[in-house]
Design a protein around this ligand. Sequence first.
Ligand code: BGC
Length: 722
Amino acid sequence: MLENSKWIGTSKDYGTVCPVFCRDFNTVKPIEEAVLLITTVGCYEAYINDNRIGNFVLAPGWTSYESRHQVQEYNVTDMITENNKLRIYVGDGWQLGGMSYYRRSVYSAKQPMLIMELRITYRDGSVDFIVSDEMFRSARTGILMSNIYDGVIYDARIEDYDYEQVKIIDYPKTMLIPQEGEEIHEIERIKPVRCIKSKTNYDILDFGQELTGYVEFECSAPSGSVVELVHGEILDRNEDVYTENLRSAKQRIVYISDGKKRVYKPQFTFMGFRYVRVQNWNGSVCPDDFTAIVIHSDMRRTGTFECGNDKVNKLYENIVWGQRGNYVDVPTDCPQRDERLGWTGDAQVFAASAAYNYDVNKFFKKWLRDLFAEQFEDGGIAAVVPNVLYDEGKSSAAWGDAAVICPWTMYRFYNDKELLAECYDGMCRWIEHIRAQGDNEYLWNTGFHFGDWLAMDNGQGERFGATGTDYIATAYYAYSTSLLINTGRVLGKDTAVYETLYKNIVKAFKEEYIKDGEPVYKTQTAYALAIMFELADDINLLGDRLDDLVYENGTKLNTGFVGTPLLLRALTKTGHTQTAYSLLLQEDFPSWLYSVNMGATTIWEHWDGINEKGETWDAEMNSFNHYAYGAVCQWLFETVAGICIDDTAPGFENVILSPKPDKRLLRAQAEFETAYGTIISKWEYTDKGLEYDFVVPNRARLILSGEEKELVKGAYHFVYPY
Ligand code: BGC
């Protein structure tokens, strides 16, 4: 791609200051079409004659830049006049900004660079190319600093730029690829719901919702005055913005006024926040001058859930906000502290839930290509993708398994066989990687694993749960191997080797970790895993025991990142749906609704992110927007609403409808848009009985009160006594 264009950079080092690259050009004949191909090292905003080209925020997005660097294509026909000025601003973005808590840039490119081609086709058939080359000029801008984690320092006084020659840079083009992912867009604008004075005497804006994005504001202040906005997720005891949990990320906007009244909007950064401290504002702070702009990957909303319990509805809303806040080109863990990384474990446990809310096929396809592009030589999978941590935490079970689980999830939801085919080799290599670990090829009992991360069953304040990491690793080894076999079958591969491997893993697992028919670890997570992955002879016995474990624990969960997504599903699978509902409806700590009662507007990283005394967990690791526990969303759709995938007819060609109502919810309704049309599943306890309504867009197998019916396209109504 871009064979005739050159990578250009600034000839001098501008330090943290964002450069602008500029080129003037004229057109002399009527234009048929003008198409711009462009990408940068760093993130860019491009303009023709002061009009923004496209609306991709943080273009070119985040990929494994060394091997895959996206190029965007824009049709700019309508933007071109006779005399034109092309300008491209470049901020550090993910590639130059130094990602992760190490704050180091791991990429080979070390300065902002631009490559582009503008192809102008005239009505007379002739074509002109304007390409990045020595004809461009660059200048320092008023964006004195921009960084994903830290925010922006902008000096509005710097308006006239001193343009100078650019430098041609010898940087490869072989990794350039067309745009693959969903673009990040500005999706929603939110006004503050209130403005308060903190006890520290600051003006604090409350947007009423934790979101990912930035704040636009209208400012008129004397020239040289420095306005500062500090963003945070919660308030501290002084009703000031709590920033300790941001670690090194500053999430701060510094605006230096030029004395004019201006509307300012930050570039090349985003913040995870609900509250903003406004410092050094000229006059009194008027909430109307501020607007929060929500950004995320622009996925199509496909699913909604609603029920008769407001708190569960709020939980669902929080889950969706968690997804929105963290699907920012890459499925991230959180949007605020110095991580915002594509943690594979988080992505894996939430993938199905995400797919019930939005069409995430394209989003995952791009990310999975990065995941496999960065697969280690030995088949291992990094803990974060794009991998900015190098080998650290390499290949943890349940994290690396994203390599198998995510492609399989995309296949189930979208019937995406092409993606499966593309991923198959990498999936095999992941399984072979596990097989090569330790002395026993059927157990994974070596190496570092995150385990049941942040579970509550090992004492409060402990990061690693009580379930043995070897138990979890081997369980996932078996599960991923079973999915690999499924994949192989879909693709018509010979899966005999993996079938034998699978049998041996299961056998070894049972010998090692199942004693007297039950898991050796007496944790909710151990039982949920063995049930969901079918790793014991009598799954129902385990279900009964899991049910006991929940009641023995005061009808409360104590699971972490691994156990939580499986817990309610395991209870339902073994006939304990009532207990699953009790956990869903539990309001005492730890529970989903505890955070709702504590005012959460997204999903917390820790069950005890804020404890009953109002104290926060260790600031070192306490995000209030971490979607992992939002994986309960899958159970809301599959069990409460009963919209399930039929693996023999993926992509919802056939839908299994099997809602399992509970009177405590009174009613529930979910809608889900598929390639065949919208599925609706609804139930309500009324005077007439338990009423069900379904809309089937194609085919369905209805399973209600133990009876099964095949349904064709149409709307259905049933009433059952209760
Ligand atoms: C991240 C997680 C991640 C974990 C690894 C954390 O710092 O925020 O969500 O999965 O590390 O266990």
